[in-house]
Design a protein around this ligand. Structure first.
Ligand SMILES: *Cc1c(COP(=O)(O)O)cnc(C)c1O
Length: 366
């Protein structure tokens, strides 16, 4: 027997399942399984990455000053309290690593993002799962689950995969009533899809126990580059900076993110296209008996009559080259999460679900 053993908790981790990106034997696939931007990154970001390729023999900046300044300009936050990571996932993980360990508790909700239990186990803490109310986060249930061992509460707003969100007053109430010594990690991965939403930036500025995270993987279309950021009280940002890798963001990643965040006209275009096709798709699905909650993000959580129907529909969509996300692992077995595509992607998926519902899903193609 080997004496080389991992730290407690690590063997409890089930590997994260990313969205599939191909179907065997099917060409012309539309991937609607990972909430990526169907329009891609802005031209300015592509150009900046290409330019940065000429300098890839040089180490990148360790303090990310230019990116933090760009984020500060665009989102009206203090660059001194911004930290950048290889995706917002890195920031979310650093929070658990820095503040939780064996014997501590990390709290999240039943349909919460599936990385949260991984961050909890990875640092040896105990995950605590809280029920939601009809796919909406229930602040009182979270407060009831908190104890003096609670160190981190993860909350995505808007949430993935439900697409629902709760009001800032509710979030403030949670932050104010959480036990001392517990930190609220507000995951704003989909914040940019909500017009006029600050994702909790003001809350961060007025509290000591709130950290907000944001990502370049969704509206900015840079999932492949791996860039995210966090905004928090100075003492917490200082702690996180001590344990992150000094060169955690590559030169192309930094350059691409700076150009992307400054291209606010493109971001606005993506936001309005998403809102338009999200409404169109949700309405069309509802008309054929596949309802969904009003989504605040770039996907729709389609509810079928049963797990069997959801799985059969998913199987049919795959034969049509349409990849959506099964969410049984999120305790939503009767649902499929469908990313809002471009016009063509949305029309194709609606057409295929209609064929499926009409019983004309014989697999012979559209
Ligand atoms: C996509 C997503 C993230 C972002 O992950 P990155 O590491 O920034 O790519 C974070 N939280 C939720 C809920 C997400 O859906």
């Amino acid at each position: 027997m080997t004496e080389i053993t991992p730290q407690p908790g690590i063997m409890n981790i089930a590997l994260y399942q990313g969205g599939a990106s191909h179907v065997a034997g099917v060409d012309n696939v539309v991937k609607l399984s990972s909430n990526e931007n169907p329009l891609g990154a802005s031209d300015a970001a592509r150009d900046a990455v290409a330019q940065a390729a000429r300098e890839m023999h040089l180490y990148p900046s360790t303090d990310h000053a230019a990116l933090r300044e760009a984020i500060g300009d665009v989102w009206n936050v203090d660059p001194e309290r911004v930290i950048c990571g290889a995706g917002s996932g890195e920031i979310l993980k650093l929070l658990a690593d820095a503040y939780a360990g064996p014997g501590d508790e990390v709290v999240f909700t039943e349909h919460g993002f599936s990385m949260y239990p991984i961050y909890a186990h990875a640092c040896g803490a105990t995950p605590v799962v809280v029920p939601e109310r009809e796919r909406v986060v229930d602040v009182d249930a979270i407060l009831r689950a908190c104890t003096d061992r609670t160190r981190v509460v993860y909350l995505a707003n808007p949430a993935n995969p439900t697409g629902t969100m709760i009001g800032m007053a509710e979030i403030a109430r949670l932050a104010d009533r959480m036990p001392k010594g517990a930190l609220l990690a507000l995951d704003g991965a989909y914040a940019e899809f909500v017009d006029g939403y600050d994702a909790g930036a003001a809350l961060v500025e007025s509290r000591e126990n709130v950290v907000m995270t944001r990502t370049f993987s969704k509206i900015y279309g840079l999932g492949g580059l791996r860039v995210g950021w966090g905004y928090g009280p100075k003492p917490i940002i200082d702690v996180l900076n001590r344990i992150r890798g000094p060169f955690n963001l590559s030169r192309p990643a930094l350059a691409g993110a700076i150009a992307a965040v400054r291209d606010t006209a493109y971001t606005e275009h993506c936001r309005s296209e998403n809102a338009r096709w999200r409404t169109w798709m949700a309405d069309a699905l509802a008309e054929m008996g596949v309802p969904s909650d009003v989504s605040c993000a770039n996907f729709v959580l389609a509810r079928f009559a049963s797990q069997d129907e959801a799985e059969a529909c998913d199987a049919y969509l795959q034969t049509q080259g349409l990849i959506v996300r099964r969410v049984a692992g999120y305790n939503l077995p009767q649902c499929l999460r469908i990313t809002v595509g471009d016009e063509r992607g949305c029309r194709r998926v609606v057409h295929a679900v209609r064929q499926f519902k009409n019983g004309s899903a014989d697999g012979t193609g559209i």
